[in-house]
Design a protein around this ligand. Structure first.
Ligand SMILES: NC(=O)c1ccc[n+]([C@@H]2O[C@H](COP(=O)([O-])OP(=O)(O)OC[C@H]3O[C@@H](n4cnc5c(N)ncnc54)[C@H](OP(=O)(O)O)[C@@H]3O)[C@@H](O)[C@H]2O)c1
Length: 257
């Protein structure tokens, strides 16, 4: 077996983060699973001896710096960091509800920065490592009902893509992952029209492409293609298509329109 990797994953108590932690642990790698819900982390760690739970809030810069340094010292290095913890919802008021918008900025932008900055410091000292940001296809093109969320993900993609240019000559690389829809607690129901993969399948795909060294990962292919088309479509077509899709989801979930 190749050398086990030392991997830190934020938002590992649920959804994509939990599936990534399980995927890597099953392959024999050492995983730091970071999130706020200790009970879920303990349950995860009890099933996988390679997973160490770290109860922390990504919005605290001090907590994140301490735990990243601690894990790197204890394990003798840090190979991958998954910047995965995220907050969001699909609702028109998301973009002007002060609480929702603030939480998205605090977790998706400041929380990501609190994870990336100390991880980069460790990796620069080592002269190698990879930061993997779980962004979103929602950050590729402005759409209704995702104003703050989409903007926060556009920021993460832009930040990591630019950072990669500065870090690559020093051995540290960045990968931007842009999922479309993955069936997790964050999305309130399967979107069969968009063929949502489950978290386990999504994690396996991400891990395979990260191992290959991909800089940008977009999936599912059909949603990625639709998003590319939306980026060049007239604004009115984009708005109508998104509204039609959201109302179709309401019907699928059995609610009257
Ligand atoms: N599901 C999708 O369709 C989809 C599509 C595109 C992108 N994404 C992105 O994928 C990532 C994972 O989302 P998911 O779908 O797997 O959702 P999820 O199941 O709701 O998981 C979100 C994770 O983030 C953690 N988290 C939230 N706030 C945190 C904080 N302040 N400190 C530490 N951890 C925090 C949660 O843990 P605790 O609550 O225990 O802290 C949880 O483990 C997110 O960045 C999301 O934006 C998801």
């Amino acid at each position: 077996m190749p050398q086990p990797l030392r991997i830190l994953i934020t938002g590992a108590s649920s959804g994509i983060g939990r599936a990534l932690a399980e995927h890597y642990a099953q392959q024999g790698h050492t995983v730091a699973a970071v999130a706020r819900r200790r009970v879920l982390l303990d349950d995860l760690a009890s099933q996988h001896p390679g997973i160490t739970p770290f109860e922390a809030d990504v919005t605290s810069a001090a907590e994140m710096e301490n735990l990243i340094n601690r894990f790197a010292i204890e394990q003798g290095g840090l190979d991958f960091v998954y910047v995965n913890a995220g907050a969001g919802q699909h609702a028109p008021e998301e973009g002007w509800d002060a609480r929702a918008t603030r939480s998205i900025i605090e977790v998706n932008i400041l929380g990501a920065t609190n994870t990336i900055v100390p991880a980069v410091a460790v990796m620069l000292r080592q002269g190698r490592g990879r930061i993997v940001g779980i962004s979103s296809l929602a950050g590729r093109v402005p759409l209704p009902c995702a104003a703050a969320y989409g903007a926060s993900k556009a920021w993460l993609s832009f930040y990591l893509d630019s950072l990669d240019m500065d870090l690559a000559p020093r051995g540290v690389r960045c990968t931007v992952v842009m999922p479309g829809y993955v069936a997790t607690p964050m999305v309130d129901g399967p979107d069969s029209a968009l063929v949502s993969p489950g978290a386990r399948r999504a994690a396996a795909l991400i891990a395979r492409r990260v191992a290959r060294g991909d800089r940008v990962i977009r999936f599912p292919r059909r949603v990625a293609l639709l998003t590319s088309l939306a980026a060049i479509a007239p604004r009115s077509v984009r708005i109508a298509a998104q509204k039609r899709r959201l109302s179709r989801r309401k019907v699928q979930r059995g609610r009257p329109e």
